[in-house]
Design a protein around this ligand. Structure first.
Ligand SMILES: [Fe+2]
Ligand SMILES: [Fe+2]
Length: 347
């Protein structure tokens, strides 16, 4: 089993450093961190009774395509279950932070939570008690509180360094949840750590083969909602059909399974066919938003290596756009941060 290593420090919301960058997250390190919380006990509060969470979530679920997905009994099932899930005050404060500073993560966290609860009930056939237990404290993107807001809100394509800092949210969330839940084996902490892993090992932070069905439900809902949402660097959201087609493409590549997509397709249809009987169409008819086209070439720069022409190459991964430069003469690739460093060395 690989040991994850932090690339950046992890802080609480009041800027207390929990662990410095470069820390290997061994069980001993986590136990030592958790021991600093010894003697602290928190009351458990009903999740949806905090602040405006209930009202806000109800509003978010009225927006398409969630209005169709959560029509009738589905909304009642999800909201009733979510209301039975207990959270401690420090975890609820993260919602206040996102509501104030990053409305995308706030809305996205609530919607992914509701959708995952619904799918868990329909796909896994587990008891309500099991769902309440595993979902307690589960907010997959808590670690984004450790990512600078200028990266979360960047309106241009992300550089490689931005990507590394953004991807740090998975391990940051694992540390924060282990700390506040006082247990690094808690399901919620593992969700934060593994929700970007994929079945074929192509994800991050460790490139593990994702095998847990519940984490996969959250992972697929996460990608689905990320595509359906306008993002600072991609203002046009995917439409529902195209978002489902992107997921279908990932299932064809064996990155994710078909079951969650079958669930989402069933919920998106008015006749609500039984999930197991849904045939997911592999025909591509949708068009991804045109402001996020793969491989768009816009700017050219002088290659710092051979002085040839290096062209900008944008790539899109799961709806997030990254930018690099590739030299047409020597073939070397550069990211913006390499170029900035080269500029600084010159001076
Ligand atoms: Fe995430
Ligand atoms: Fe997410």
């Amino acid at each position: 089993m690989k040991t994850p290593k932090l690339v950046c420090p992890v802080h609480t919301l009041d800027f207390k450093q929990l662990l410095p960058g470069n820390t290997e997250l061994t069980p001993e390190v986590l136990d030592e961190l958790i021991a600093t919380q010894k003697g602290t006990s928190y009351p458990t509060l009903a999740f949806l009774e905090h602040g405006t969470l209930f009202k806000d979530l109800r509003g978010f679920l009225k927006m398409p395509p969630y209005d169709t997905i959560f029509q009738g009994i589905n909304r009642a099932v999800a909201m009733t279950l979510m209301n039975k899930i207990g959270f401690t005050p420090p975890l609820l404060e993260f919602f206040d932070y996102f509501k104030k500073n990053d409305d995308y993560t706030y809305r996205h966290s609530l919607v992914v939570f509701a959708l995952s609860v619904l799918l868990a009930q329909d796909l896994l056939g587990e008891t309500e008690d099991w769902i309440i237990d595993v979902m307690a404290g589960t907010i997959h993107d808590f670690g984004k509180a450790s990512v600078p807001l200028n990266i979360l809100k960047k309106t241009e394509a992300l550089t490689d360094v931005d990507r590394i800092i953004l991807e740090h949210h998975a391990l940051a969330g694992f540390v924060l949840l282990s700390y506040y839940l006082q247990d690094h084996g808690k399901f919620a902490a593992w969700v934060a750590k593994e929700h970007h892993e994929r079945r074929d090992g192509s994800g991050y932070p460790l490139g593990l083969k994702l095998t847990d069905n519940m984490i996969e439900i959250i992972a697929v809902c996460d990608i689905y909602d990320a595509l359906l949402s306008p993002r600072p660097h991609r203002p046009t959201p995917y439409d529902n059909r195209t978002a489902l087609e992107e997921l279908t493409e990932m299932a064809k590549q064996k990155k994710i399974g078909w079951e969650v997509i079958q669930g989402l397709v069933s919920y998106s249809r008015k006749d609500r066919p039984p999930i197991q009987e849904v045939n997911v169409s592999t025909e591509k008819r949708g068009t991804p938003p045109t402001d996020t086209v793969y491989g768009v070439v816009e700017k050219s720069i002088r290659c710092p290596n051979c002085h040839g022409t290096a062209k900008e190459k944008k790539t899109l991964r799961e709806g997030i756009e990254y930018v690099r430069h590739e030299c047409a003469s020597c073939g070397k690739e550069f990211n913006n941060d390499d170029l900035i460093n080269i500029e600084m060395e010159k001076h």
